[in-house]
Write a protein that binds this ligand. Structure first.
Ligand SMILES: [Zn+2]
Length: 87
C-alpha cells in the first residue's frame, strides 16, 4: 500500500504531456499541474509558464490532498515534483 504510486506512475513508459516514449533510465519528474510524470523537456516548458511559481508553491499541499486517497504515501510521491528521478 505504501508505495502504490510507484508501480502506478513512476515507471510510466511515456511522457504524459508530449507522449514521448521514456526508457527506464530516462530521468522524469512530476508535473506541478497535474502530478503526472513528464519528461525533463516538458518540465522546462512548464517552468516557463507565468503561473508556475504560484502553482509550484501551492503544489505540495494540493498534491497531498489530491493523492492521499489514491496513494498510500503521498509524501514520497509529491516529493518528486522537485526532484527528477529514474524508474
Ligand atoms: Zn514530454
Amino acid at each position: 500500500m505504501t508505495d502504490m504510486w510507484e508501480s502506478k506512475l513512476s515507471c510510466a513508459i511515456q511522457c504524459s504531456k508530449c507522449t514521448k516514449a521514456m526508457k527506464k533510465s530516462d530521468e522524469r519528474i512530476l508535473s506541478a499541474y497535474d502530478h503526472n510524470p513528464i519528461c525533463m523537456e516538458c518540465k522546462r516548458i512548464e517552468e516557463k509558464r507565468d503561473d508556475y511559481e504560484k502553482v509550484s508553491k501551492e503544489m505540495i499541499g494540493r498534491c497531498m490532498a489530491e493523492t492521499e486517497v489514491m496513494y498510500g504515501d503521498p509524501g514520497g510521491y509529491c516529493y518528486h515534483h522537485f526532484y527528477p528521478y529514474k524508474c
